[in-house]
Design a protein around this ligand. Structure first.
Ligand code: FAD
Ligand code: FES
Ligand code: MG
Length: 275
């Protein structure tokens, strides 16, 4: 989805995100990475997966509609310098936020290999863009319907064990994927950056919702991140915190769908009342 947001398009750097609110009077704010920006057109591109009530609501918008609020760019930009070889690993929707980072590493003069994984062929994104930008692209699917039938950690381990190991790895995807990418690179001593997608509310360091433990210290993903040293992140604690609202989220999703078919306005009002 492209959104007209000229100031954000002008300022944003790779790795940053926005917080978006679909409706003015009800609903939550959700963080989404800025996947692309066009300064000349004054637009930013977001790529999102419809997983629950808010992303379904967002997906219903038509060309020409507007959203109530877009806040950004938020978070610290990706640290990019010339290091030589970089392996960028993306899982599922994580491939979208990985794309501007791959572009930035190429612009810095690095050799970039992209490893991207998805459950199945239909869920693979940005293959053309990645092939046009990176030096090499390896696609993996869980069911073997496209590319290699492997988990992304298999080619990642091959790269680390090769004669030309990466100087840096960046991994963005589901927490469990980032955890195992970090475990794969750890024995090789390859620095590994992960981009964390914790629950966020304000996005400005005030609510504490996005709290994670990194190297034994408390960090806020929205202002200290979203990128951290993957070898220091307490993934198990993070995953536990992310499950905290599962019950409410699935209720909101079911309510949205139950009511949406007959009356969108009624469903939204009902949702607002109950949450
Ligand atoms: P829900 O049913 O409410 O939630 C589904 C799952 O999404 C939850 O279990 C939880 O893991 C996560 N989630 C829910 N609420 C929030 C919240 N307020 N903040 C963060 N995560 C939440 N998704 C994309 O599809 N594309 C992106 O580019 C993208 N970038 C992100 C960047 C950052 C920095 C963060 C923190 C998250 C990003 N996400 C992205 C995740 C996205 O915010 C959630 O998928 C979205 O909030 C789900 O909302 P929902 O109401 O549709 O689903
Ligand atoms: Fe509230 Fe980070 S989202 S402190
Ligand atoms: Mg939600």
């Amino acid at each position: 989805m492209e959104i007209v947001a000229p100031h954000i398009a002008e300022e944003r750097k790779a790795g940053q995100f926005i917080i978006l609110q679909v409706d003015e009077n009800f609903g939550e704010r959700i963080p989404l990475t800025i996947a692309k920006a066009d300064r000349a057109a004054g637009t930013i591109t977001i790529v999102f997966q419809t997983v629950g009530a808010t992303t379904h609501k967002l997906a219903k918008l038509e060309v020409g509609d507007s959203v109530a609020a877009v806040l950004g760019p938020l978070g610290r930009p990706t640290h990019v310098e010339k290091v030589g070889r970089v392996v960028a690993v993306g899982g599922g929707i994580g491939v979208a936020p990985l794309f501007p980072i791959v572009e930035a590493h190429k612009a810095a003069g690095n050799h970039v290999t992209v490893i991207m994984g998805a459950r199945t062929k239909d869920l693979i994104l940005f293959v053309r863009e990645m092939r046009e930008t990176a030096d090499a692209v390896i696609v993996c699917t869980d069911d073997g319907s496209y590319g290699r039938k492997d988990l992304v950690t298999v080619p990642l381990k091959e790269a680390c064990a090769s004669a030309t190991p990466p100087a840096e790895v960046i991994a963005i995807g589901p927490p469990i994927m980032m955890k195992f990418c970090a475990e794969t690179t750890r024995p090789f001593g390859v620095p590994t950056v992960v981009s964390l997608n914790t629950i966020m509310v304000d996005g400005t360091g005030m609510c504490g919702g996005c709290r994670v433990t990194v190297g034994g210290e408390t960090k806020f993903v929205c202002v200290d991140g979203p990128e951290f040293d993957g070898h220091k992140v307490d993934f198990d604690n993070m995953m536990k915190r992310m499950r905290a609202y599962k019950g409410s989220e699935s209720k909101a999703h079911d309510r949205y769908h139950a009511n949406h078919a007959c009356n969108l306005e009624k469903a939204a009002a009902e949702l607002e009342k109950r949450t």
